[in-house]
Design a protein around this ligand. Sequence first.
Ligand code: SF4
Length: 264
Amino acid sequence: MSTIIFPSPIYGPVHSRRLGLSLGINLMPADGKICTFDCIYCECGFNKDHHTHTHHPSREEVAEALARQLEKMHNDGEHPDVLTFAGNGEPTSNPHFPEIIDDTIRLRDKWCPDAKISVLSNSTFIGHERTRQALMKVDNNILKLDTVDADYIQLTDRPAQPSYDVMKVIENMKLFNGHVIIQTMFMKGTTVDRKGQTVSVDNTSDRYVEPWLEAVKAIKPQGVMVYTIDRETPDHNLCKATHEELDSIRDRVVAAGFPCTASY
Ligand code: SF4
């Protein structure tokens, strides 16, 4: 298995562990990856290894490709459970993201009205009003919050912006008034930090889970998804959290009053 660069702007449908039969919408170029994070576990690989030489698909290109694929699936009797914005990077960084959401809602209502629209986002643009308004329109606004520990984020999610502040992100998540699903990667292993030192990564212990759970309670999401590594990672010294660890974290979220799924 190796890391994946997805076709653009439409790929699949694919069977997703968490979402069902999912038609992918990739708002990044097809020849590489563009992301405001550079996660050491990213299934697309490291940013530096996948520079792009083409541009983002336009609003019109996305709408035309999506309409074609939805019409084909409709004619074949294939019904997607979900239209999922994901792929080679951060979907909300596409400058036309809000308009593309409007087009997608229109096409979903025409061809597959039972399908949900999901956006998988790393949360770095939710401070922008137009992005927040667009995310309020989708069924599943799935936002990444791997931890509230700033050092762990720098080690594992590696935000591109020096100004990235997880506390500000949590404040912005509260502005969705519950219209948000928190998605958190739990994993273990070692990595090499920015100073070249080999260091442990493990966000499954109480030191990480307790403050993260307090943030979840403050955000009051409609749900939480905890998961672990499923594919090859660009950093080869990472490993899965165990079933028992994920189940224990899930149970603590449920005990706090929020629906939670664990994917292994
Ligand atoms: S936020 Fe998602 S796309 Fe971006 S680097 Fe992390 S895992 Fe990859």
